[in-house]
Design a protein around this ligand. Sequence first.
Ligand code: PLP
Length: 392
Amino acid sequence: MTLTERWNTVMMDNYGTPKVALDHGDGVRVWSTAGDEFLDFVGGIAVSSLGHAHPAIVAAVTDQVGRLAHTSNLAMHEPGVRLAERLVDLLGLPARVFFANSGAEANECALKLARKHRPGGGIVSCNASFHGRTFGALSVTGNAAKREPFAPLPGPVTFVDYGDTAALRAAVTRQTAAVIVEPTLGEGGIVAPPPGFLTDVRAICDDAGALLIVDEVQSGIGRTGNWFASQAEGVRPDVVTLAKGLGGGLPIGACLAVGAAGELFAPGDHGSTFGGNPVSCAAALAVLTTIADEHLLDHVKQVGEHLARRIEAIGAPLVREVRGSGLWRGVVLTGAHAADVELSAFNRGLLVNAVRPDVLRLAPPLITTTDDVDTAVVRLADALQEVAARDA
Ligand code: PLP
């Protein structure tokens, strides 16, 4: 049996059947089991921040797994404490950290903090947002098709349109425990809010005494050319959640709670067997050190601008707009062509992601060079042309 046949026999059908089996990677390139080479402009969905098989991650993980792979939460360890210190330092605010294994789990922690902050209080979230698949994270995810089959979910949760300050002000009351918001919608299609929205959210939370939870699972750790996207907006969150790019491919999530929010949990309130595992923490430390030492935040801004300008310069009739920041871009198409373009790009050795029917998401590794971009854009241009010609 082929791997695809075995997959279809044994795996649950929640993902459908992936069109490729990957075998190994190096930098911004990955190879399939069939030997085909791809430029990886998806980065494992904004995860492989240093690309594939980065020597700093390989060394850190190899050393740590050979020393101590697991402690559980019955013991502390140096990589975990050091990583928490580094994250608090980067946030630049007095915060405390809880480590989880994923973005959804980081958000579960944030939602439980909100319950402790205002017992029985509700959450306000945004339409088209995405916060994860676990029951709590799903309850605040603004995508009814993903949420409704699993009702009833925890609540009360109120949804307002992303960027609609007036609607948010009307929805947030003294019964609201927290507002949860992405600095830019990721799964929603790389949609930035109107300027000043996050500042307005902060003021609305302050007026109601609600926590502001900023979900930086996709936007954080250099993706936009900032450690935290909300930092660039000058907004002080009460809670920040991280995952994806933090571990550079190793599973880790983090919930950072600022000031009084960091004091809400007492022993026994929350936990995780694997969260903050020393191997994942060692990988995350390697990611943070490499981003800092190699000045990757500036690099991401420069290469990200180059990427956007080069795509615009194709002048493809199928492209309406390129949006986003850093190495996190949405290529907005004139119609529901994203899946076709994704497939055509794949056939030309370029991985991109149809995040919405009419939006392609590009989230390549933070180490991507302008040469990589130029190669990718040639392949993308050909894919756009093929799909346009077919639909003409
Ligand atoms: N929050 C945001 C903003 C995300 O983009 C995602 C995943 O795409 C999640 C949370 C969930 O993360 P995970 O899939 O690691 O649970």
